[in-house]
Design a protein around this ligand. Structure first.
Ligand SMILES: Nc1ncnc2c1ncn2[C@@H]1O[C@H](COP(=O)(O)OP(=O)(O)OP(=O)(O)O)[C@@H](O)[C@H]1O
Length: 334
């Protein structure tokens, strides 16, 4: 278990982490999400005593990192895969780490085998690809057989097989009862891996919830309809007082009705449908909706390239404001 209590870090005037309090529990994979600059790396660095908090505390199994007798046996971390000594072989890099932390040398071969690097154990790590470097960093994290593992962007540079492998590794470690804390920008990957989410924005806690609840609470579900008689369908919906939003490619999105109701409605009007499907936003959409107000750097596109956001009333408001219409107005609603 990792416990953060009021954890705060300032760099001059910049508040990177702002009174963050949460528990990261054993037996599950906890995903750590936030836009660029949200404070994820700074939080992870403070957990490992690599940065001093300005305020608050981190406890690892009830103790401050500095109080842990043999820290690598309690907590293993992949923060920066490039931190290995490039002139040393993969084996020797891990052996040095094992010897300086009173970890038996037998663990070195074991973890190299676990991460699939046995065949290149004697090769200097400076020749490693990004993916191999990530695997070596993960081997280092596993070396002390710790109960708590922290991975900052572990799938960086991994190919699809590698991504699949690390996903299964994290799940297996969690099902062993270990505490797994992982940050990633790949939402689709996080959706497949994490059981629980901690989301921060501008250093502040935005959510501490199960994956299922997060998506449920931060996204809308809607029905998508596509018809070769789109004009007629739109007019019929409009006459019935049903709000539909054009979403491109001839599709309409409707919030306040079920597929059953809309299927019967179309049949009642003799309108052919090519699609009638229930949609739920993905983790990525839910995440973008929640963090829209706390993104440090926004991309701006010119008006020609501007597209309405795919889901969510807040996104719609943001787009409408940029388009010069009032929030809540729906320029495309029928
Ligand atoms: N050593 C430092 N000195 C000054 N500002 C810093 C320092 N380290 C981080 N920051 C600032 O603190 C904020 C949080 O940075 P941090 O790297 O923790 O965010 P992050 O969530 O990990 O971002 P990313 O997803 O881009 O890696 C940012 O605004 C960053 O510019």
């Amino acid at each position: 278990m990792i416990e953060l209590d009021g954890l705060t870090k300032r760099f001059g005037n910049k508040v990177a982490v702002d009174h963050l309090s949460c528990r990261i529990r054993p037996g599950m994979v906890t995903g750590f999400l936030g836009p660029n600059g949200a404070g994820k790396s700074t939080t992870m660095r403070m957990m490992l005593d690599l940065d001093n908090p300005t305020g608050g505390s981190v406890r690892i199994d009830g103790k401050h990192y500095r109080e842990l007798q043999e820290p690598l046996k309690h907590i293993g971390a992949l923060l920066d895969a490039k931190s290995m000594h490039g002139g040393r072989s993969a084996y020797n890099n891990l052996l040095c780490l094992a010897q300086s932390n009173r970890i038996p040398a037998s663990r070195v071969s074991h973890v190299l085998d676990t991460v699939g690097l046995s065949a290149v154990a004697g090769k200097k790590s400076k020749g490693f690809s990004l993916g191999m470097g990530q695997r070596l960093g993960i081997a280092a994290a596993l070396l002390g057989d710790p109960e708590i593992l922290m991975f900052d962007e572990p799938v960086n540079g991994l190919d699809p097989e590698g991504i699949h492998w690390i996903r299964n590794l994290m799940k297996a470690l969690a099902s062993d009862g270990r505490t797994i804390f992982v940050s990633s920008h790949l939402m689709s990957e996080m959706a497949l891996t994490a059981d629980h989410l901690i989301v921060i924005g501008q250093g502040r806690l935005l959510a501490d919830t199960s994956m299922a609840d997060f998506i449920q609470e931060n996204s809308r579900s809607y029905v998508r309809m596509r018809s070769p008689e789109q004009e007629r369908l739109r007019d019929a919906l409009h006459s019935a007082g049903i709000v539909a939003v054009e979403a491109g490619n001839g599709t309409l999105e409707i919030d306040a009705a079920t597929t059953e109701q809309l299927g019967e409605f179309a049949a009642g009007h003799g309108i052919v449908l090519h699609e009638l499907s229930s949609q739920r936003a993905s983790l990525e959409e839910a995440f973008m909706q929640m963090t829209a107000g706390s993104v440090e750097y926004h991309a701006h596109s010119d008006s020609d390239g501007r597209q309405p956001p795919p889901v969510g009333p807040h996104w719609g408001d943001q787009w409408n404001q940029q388009a010069g219409t009032a929030p809540g107005d729906d320029p495309k609603g029928v």
